[in-house]
Design a binder for this molecule. Structure first.
Ligand code: GTP
Ligand code: MG
Length: 195
């Protein structure tokens, strides 16, 4: 896709209502610091439209990026950020769940996991939630540049097994440093959104 214009159109906090968009939405879920905002920036060829940080917990709202007036990328706050209080963590969880359950335009939930590590219990719960609610699970294994090429297949297998994914489950290895995987992810988005 040629990116002509992108803008941060809507920001939802804990008490905001979800916008009633009429374009397809793609959501990016995953633990804090896994690289959700970095992936969005890579996909839209921007350095820092989606704010990123080496400190986990950067994205604390649900951010809707309007892409060419054709679709929305929805950047979700990450889960599993240890420094927040239990109450805030619960509120975040409720906010994200409310969005995922109520968006009428949500076409795909990408679940991002770090390619280096075994998925956490939170990742597994998120994966199960996606499947349970009838969405097709699609995994993006981030930070591909951090492992040796010879290790990729082994790590992909470990992630799929650990999440309980089937052999048909799509998994895209991706690096926001090298942009490896970007074209495949875009091709997938264009297919599911029928662009
Ligand atoms: P929250 O907003 O806290 O949920 O985090 P996030 O998932 O949006 O992560 P973010 O994109 O802010 O990235 C977190 C850190 O990981 C930053 O320091 C990024 O530069 C780094 N990072 C993200 N993707 C990659 C990648 O593919 N490779 C490497 N080496 N670093 C990455
Ligand atoms: Mg973020």
């Amino acid at each position: 896709m040629i990116i002509k214009n992108v803008s941060l159109e809507t920001v939802c906090g804990i008490s905001s209502s979800i916008p009633d968009n009429d374009k397809p939405e793609i959501a990016f879920a995953g633990k804090s610091n896994v690289g959700k905002s970095s992936l969005i920036n890579s996909l839209i060829n921007r350095k820092s439209l989606a704010r990123t940080s080496s400190q986990p917990g950067k994205t604390q709202t649900i951010n809707y990026y309007n892409i060419n007036d054709m679709l929305y990328f929805v950047d979700l706050p990450g889960y599993g950020y240890a420094k927040t209080s239990e109450t805030i963590r619960e509120q975040w969880g409720m906010m994200v769940e409310r969005y995922l359950m109520n968006s009428k335009q949500l076409k795909v939930i990408f679940l991002l996991v770090d390619i280096r590590h075994e998925p956490s219990l939170n990742d597994k719960n998120m994966y199960d939630w996606i499947v349970y609610h009838g969405f097709m699970p699609v995994i993006i294994a981030t930070k591909l540049d951090k492992i040796k090429r010879s290790q990729v297949a082994k790590h992909i297998k470990m992630i799929k097994e650990s999440l309980g994914a089937t052999s048909e489950t799509k998994i895209f290895p991706f690096s926001s440093l090298t942009k490896q995987g970007k074209d495949e992810i875009w091709a997938y988005i264009e297919t599911v959104c029928e662009l």
